[in-house]
Write a protein that binds this ligand. Structure first.
Ligand SMILES: Nc1ncnc2c1ncn2[C@@H]1O[C@H](COP(=O)(O)OP(=O)(O)OP(=O)(O)O)[C@@H](O)[C@H]1O
Ligand SMILES: [Mg+2]
Length: 244
């Protein structure tokens, strides 16, 4: 079961988030409501500063809304204990951060193994799966190198492989193709689309990449902390550019 019939795995209700500093208050989200079902890939697009990262961090339970609610798999995350949140984050949510947040001194493979080891996998199980995930993300021979020594695009792929380590049903990806060329980007787009379609995950991708929007069932346009409009794929006309 997928798409329109799938269970709602992500729901936000009137999410508001303001950042308050001594000098100013920035209203980053001003009432954002979305639903993402199992089997769906939702793109969030919008200008820099429109609130995409803020939204993903709230859904990912890394941040708390000023007002509004985040429900994951039908449960209000505001009602969960710290232990339940930690378990959800380890097993249920895979997050690709805009600034990646890799552990630079560890090898690419170790970065991917870590969430599995924390979840109780044996070293052999984690190693085998990390190898497979790195390959799926397009990294074949760089697994042993420290993350710090990899290119931006290679690091991005490690972050994507790591997010998928414990087979989460909720995947939050912040500009996951931002550092990749068109062909490498296409591979990641296909991977995320396939996770939604075949593995019944709910995927939210903040993106500027037309390829990603092309693959998504729905796209939400965020501006100044509000969703301006939401379009199904068939309501959009997209041209993925090429240099000839
Ligand atoms: N820690 C913070 N303290 C103060 N203001 C913040 C903080 N984080 C984000 N903001 C502000 O909140 C707004 C939304 O930021 P956010 O990072 O969510 O935007 P974004 O859409 O992800 O942008 P980009 O496309 O550049 O990644 C911006 O105006 C930003 O300056
Ligand atoms: Mg951002």
């Amino acid at each position: 079961m997928a798409g329109a019939d799938g269970e709602i795995l992500i729901e936000t209700q009137d999410l508001e988030r303001a950042y308050r500093t001594v000098q100013r208050v920035v209203f980053a989200l001003r009432g954002v409501s979305i639903k993402v079902r199992a089997g769906e890939l939702l793109c969030v697009v919008g200008p820099s500063g429109s609130g995409k990262t803020t939204l993903l961090n709230l859904i990912g339970t890394l941040d708390m809304p000023g007002n509004g609610r985040v429900l994951l798999c039908g449960r209000d995350t505001g009602d969960l204990s710290a232990g339940e949140i930690a378990h959800l984050r380890c097993m249920g949510i895979g997050q690709v951060f805009q600034d990646l947040n890799l552990l630079d001194d560890l090898s690419a493979r170790r970065n991917v193994e870590l969430p599995m080891l924390i979840a109780g996998a044996t070293s052999a199980q984690a190693g085998e799966r990390a190898e497979k995930l790195l390959k799926e993300a397009g990294l074949d021979r760089t697994g042993d190198r420290p993350a710090a020594e990899l290119s931006c695009g290679q690091r991005q792929r490690v972050a994507i492989a790591r997010a998928l380590a414990n087979e989460p049903r909720i995947i939050l990806a912040d500009e996951p193709t931002g550092n990749l060329d068109q062909s490498a980007g296409r591979q990641i787009v296909n991977l995320l689309a396939e996770l939604a379609a075949r593995r019944n995950c709910a995927v939210v991708a903040a993106t500027h990449d037309p390829q990603m929007v092309d693959a998504a069932g729905t796209t939400a346009f965020l501006r100044n902390g509000l969703i301006e409009r939401t379009c199904r794929r068939d309501e959009l006309s997209i041209t993925v550019g090429a240099v000839k």
